[in-house]
Write a protein that binds this ligand. Sequence first.
Ligand code: ADP
Ligand code: ADP
Length: 542
Amino acid sequence: SCGICVEKCPFDAIEIINLPQELQDEPVHRYGENAFSLYGLPAPQEGQVTGILGPNGIGKTTAVRILAGELEPNLGRHDEEPGWDEVLEAYRGTELQDYIADVRDGDITIARKPQYVDQIPNSFDGNTRQLLERTDERGVLDDLVERLSLGPVMEQSIDDLSGGELQRVAIAATLARDTDFYFLDEVTPYLDIGQRVTAARLIRELAEEADKSVLVVEHDLAILDLLADTLHVAYGEPGAYGVITSPKSVRNGINEYLSGYLENENMRIRPDPIEFEEHAPRSATHADALVEYPDLTKSYGDGEFSLDIEGGTIRENEVLGIVGPNGIGKSTFAKLLTGNLESDAGDTDLDLDISYKPQYVTIDQHMRVDAFLSSITDQFGSSYWNTEIAQPLQLERIMEQNLSDLSGGERQRVAIAACLSDSADLYLLDEPSAHLDVEQRVQATKAIRRYAEQQDATVLVIDHDIYMMDLLADRLMVFDGEPAVHGRAGQPQPMRDGMNEFLANLEVTFRRDERTSRPRINKPESQLDRQQKSDGEYYYAP
Ligand code: ADP
Ligand code: ADP
């Protein structure tokens, strides 16, 4: 069932009790009889950043294709074509009226950043400079290249860029265009927090200073909060129907989404709230050492990049978070631990079995998900495995699909499951949040923690989603230095010390939302920001 009780289900399969207003109306578009239908559209506004918050598969791309004039909506009458005049009539008197009139007249141009930047190399041959120069219609490229730190990769072939570099190239290429309407589908995957904040500022400036309409989809709530002026919540049944609400304030939109209840719509979208318990920073356990590693150093090539790690201890049965900017040596440390890489000094012959999920998930064999996962563990299909792994990672629905047909978020969930299902001494997850929606992040976080607790497993997690890290980790290892030149890391520390050191490097402070305890980024130089900086409390402020 779809989890939402409505009186008259557009798909007879589902039992229905309370019909949301949106579903009493005609859909904006229905792809065919019993096919996906979309209710409601987001309303882009000049000079503003409009956000959409909701799961994947809920019709966001469909809505954008309509707003771009690429898809003529059929108002649910999939066997006829009502035409733009009738669509305009249907939106008369709404905030979309003028916008739709422009679309009808062919007056809307659009620039968009795709969700899966990993696919850009398949459609472009050439280097970064060639790609970006083609898009620089606003004459702002130099500024974008500088602020997104793309200088060092300008002459590099697009084929050779990392995910984080591709993401920044894609953002620059989109923001450099001169169009009426900009759509950015997820800006944060593979970016570190500093880069996320920079991207958010650039997008805000585009709206405010160039007076453009910008629509963003984003699952990192701290960044969405910073980025958007207004927010539409999207809900429904992925693949069946999607509803896009009227705009809300960003704060209310996020809070209502998390609570599972939309107030204006009088609509429950989820049985349980997503809660950010305001726990004191977790106190580190005093378990035995799983491994003690010595001081480690590693440099690449002729010393273009060098890394110094202070020797430390990973404790049995802890979740150790690893944070720091991109290009600072986190993956190199992971490879030193796994023995995939030899250190220049310091013995890393740790004699540990490590199960590793890399940052860029490349599983794409022609194999079904169930066959792949059952080849990893003989626990596959057991009730324990179903409850602890398959259910929280929402794998049931995709078991029969081929790995090569999965979306980015589906592939991520399968890779997390595969990593945790292997038997190992140490589990290492590199950016498990990438491409997961908010709910999936919370579920994945719970699954990883429960797994660590119940299996006495030791887990290392590298991630840039600060909420996820707070919910996951017992202790924190902080990397800093100069990306691509020199990195260093001290010993793992308690959460409060680790967060303070990490966020002090970034000069970012967080406060708690009064209603939901959700951490929110303070405005730079606001009173709270200055107070917390002088108290040295960047995250767990009282
Ligand atoms: P999102 O962007 O939120 O992930 P989409 O708008 O891409 O969602 O898709 C919503 C639903 O519409 C999906 O179930 C998708 O399979 C379906 N869909 C998308 N395009 C078509 C199409 N041309 N014909 C039929 N169904 C489609
Ligand atoms: P992080 O995981 O923190 O993003 P990495 O450990 O992947 O950082 O990389 C640190 C630096 O080392 C980067 O500048 C990267 O380009 C460089 N680097 C990584 N692997 C190699 C390699 N095999 N040869 C040369 N340089 C490398």
